[in-house]
Write a protein that binds this ligand. Sequence first.
Ligand code: HEC
Length: 190
Amino acid sequence: MDKRTEEEKLMEHEYDGIRELDNYMPRWYVLALYASFIFCVGYLIYYHVMGGPTQEQEYEMEIAAAPKAVKQDIVTDTALKPLTDAASIDAGGKLFVAHTCSACHSANLGGLVGPNLTDEFWIHGCDYKAVMTNVSTGFPQKGMMPYGNSKPMNQIELQQLVSFIFSKKGSNPTPAKAIDKVREVKCVAK
Ligand code: HEC
């Protein structure tokens, strides 16, 4: 505690009749200052002496690790076939809206931010299993989160959703997003 009286703390100088008290800085402030000294020693040694990664290298490492973290085949049953019954297609259509797919791929699936899902040109593969996997992992670097808006779906829902997309194959919606000639390739489902 500061035991000095106001008289003792009073400083010499005076401006417009106002005089200052020489108060100590608050304890927390001084401690934070000392803590930053201690931190900076470790920081200096790690990054400037031992060659710790630069921000750029850390960024590269995170980017390299990202696809491994999210890319995994969640569909293990290779014999799966698209569902064709009206109830499943209907449920899939509802999921397409509920999971905000329509916001980026348009309600008519013709594409907006995301590509057209009704034509035969695909970037990431067009077979049932591939599309199910792509929907579950998303393309975070391109703005598409897993399951569209990150809310997980179970495999049945995933099947209904992708079956709904497949039911719109060749529907030629207007308006539709133009094909990306560089990245999209003609794809025939296996
Ligand atoms: C925020 C925008 C956004 C949302 C929401 C979104 N997507 Fe996408 N989607 C994209 C973009 C952008 C791409 C293109 C990725 C690329 O360029 O590699 C894409 C790609 C795809 C692909 C691969 C297309 C191809 O040509 O291989 C499929 C399939 C797909 N999305 C389905 C869905 C489904 C189903 C949903 C909802 C669960 C959804 N998307 C939600 C933006 C979105």
